[in-house]
Ligand binder design. Structure first.
Ligand code: HEM
Length: 225
């Protein structure tokens, strides 16, 4: 099995599997965070459930973080290997002619998303880990805030126009990354035969609606705080 992931096919399949996992996570993450716009009380309830459920905290969260790190590391490995391979092919068949800007620049949109994740972890995840795992406070409450703290903490993060600007820019790169990544993941799994057009349309819709939705959440809280 280990040998399979050492092959270029194996690496592409591993990349695609981690991509599917992260695209599912984004859907779930968007569904929870959009609640902060339409029903802050429900957002607080759902955030507390997710934030204190043992299966989510001790099983799914480590798997997610592994998936995020794996996708980025494998992304760099594949880019370095492709760059070496491309050097030769590029001269022969003018690679730029038959590829999109998004496909040629996945590493740059990927790095932009990685930079966002670092900022985002500083904003949201590290404080969560500190409160719960370091300080041992799983109450979900904070002095001066009635009820759960999650909605109050989230809206506070979107006061700074610089942070909101950085988030919005990152979500544009997320869209560019997904516009190629969505169909390419299915292609790596050999799952596009006879349904390429449909997958491309679903991919386009997902790649535009999810990042636009995140942009809406960030701007909504910025202009409504
Ligand atoms: C406006 C948009 C977003 C908001 C309001 C938001 C909010 C949050 C919050 C509140 C947490 C902490 C959850 C917890 O650990 O209890 C979190 C964690 C996280 N976010 Fe976001 N997020 C947004 C966009 C994104 C995007 C676009 C990505 C990926 C590209 C992302 C990836 C993550 C990851 C990997 C975690 C850590 C795992 C987790 O705890 O769920 N987030 N986010």
């Amino acid at each position: 099995m280990g040998g399979f992931f050492k092959s270029s096919i194996g690496r592409k399949v591993a990349m695609a599997l981690s991509a599917f996992f992260l695209m599912f996570f984004l859907l779930q993450h968007f569904s929870i965070n959009i609640l902060s716009v339409f029903n802050p009380d429900l957002f607080n309830e759902v955030s507390h459930f997710m934030g204190t459920n043992p299966l989510i905290q001790f099983v799914l969260q480590p798997v997610l973080i592994f998936g995020v790190v794996f996708h980025f590391v494998m992304g760099f490995v594949l880019e370095i290997k492709n760059k070496k391979a491309r050097k030769v092919a590029y001269v022969k068949n003018n690679g730029a002619a038959n590829s999109t800007w998004m496909s040629r620049n996945m590493i740059y949109s990927g790095v932009a998303i990685l930079a966002f994740i670092v900022l985002h972890f500083i904003d949201f995840w590290f404080p969560e880990i500190n409160t719960k795992f370091i300080k041992g406070d799983w109450s979900g409450t904070i002095e001066g805030v009635e009820g759960f703290r999650y909605y109050e903490e989230l809206t506070h993060k979107f006061v700074s126009p610089i942070r909101v600007g950085a988030y919005v820019l990152a979500f544009v790169f997320l869209a560019l990354h997904l516009l190629h990544g969505f169909t390419s993941a299915f292609q790596s799994m050999g799952a596009t035969a006879g349904r390429k057009k449909t997958l491309q349309n679903i991919g386009k819709a997902y790649s535009i609606i999810i990042p636009l939705g995140f942009i809406f959440i960030a701007l909504y809280h910025h202009f409504n705080h």
